[in-house]
Design a protein around this ligand. Sequence first.
Ligand code: 13P
Length: 255
Amino acid sequence: MNPANRRTVIAGNWKMNFTPDEATAFINEIKPMVAGKDNCDIIFCAPYVTIDAAMKAAAGSNIKIGAENVHYEEKGAFTGEVSAKMLKAIGVEYVIIGHSERRQYFGETDTTVNLRTKAALANGMKVILCLGEVKEQRLAGITNEVVAMQTKLDLADVDAEALKNVIIAYEPVWAIGTGLTATPEQAEETCGEIRKVLADMYGADVAETVTIQYGGSMNDANAAELLAKPNVDGGLIGGASLVASKFTAIVDAAQ
Ligand code: 13P
């Protein structure tokens, strides 16, 4: 478990799941199950059209609702995109940026991830910045180089003050939605490597305060041993965040 100087964050990434009514039902189901479990922050990141319903259902509870992406411009001719100003206007505090599915299927690069990150931070939002290697990179033994490069590029021009609002989610792409999980040792090693890069960029004291989550087939069965590692400060959970009992078990593993 992480030291007291950084917050454990258990976040769900609903991806393209849940209509507003389904989100409302899910939040109403899980709210009493996680009530009073305050040793970690609990967040669900929802599709844009579902955010409002989820926020209303979560009001007054220890559950926060975030978005799954944000554009870097404030407004303009960017069909299909949503700005940080718009998200803020409806009270959204957290946003996932740089998820591997955005990078794989929608052409996001470290440059656009960096622009989106800076825009979200400039608007006072908290960013869950996703990065991680693909299978070929792990097999080639270059995982550390890949995550170091992503960390440096994605956080370019983000100063130490702004970094206080950044959570990093280490998500090995080969572990996402595949049922393959990084071993606790692999997760610890790579999260530790990311922290070393942060120490180079911002100094060790700052690096020690950054929450680094693991994501990739985290579930009720494997969460406890992953979260037991000192550099794993939480989880970003896909599939298991759609099932109240499974997600609650992960929250319990973090207590
Ligand atoms: P799974 O938990 O479904 O592997 O998804 C992980 C993820 O992509 C979270 O952002």
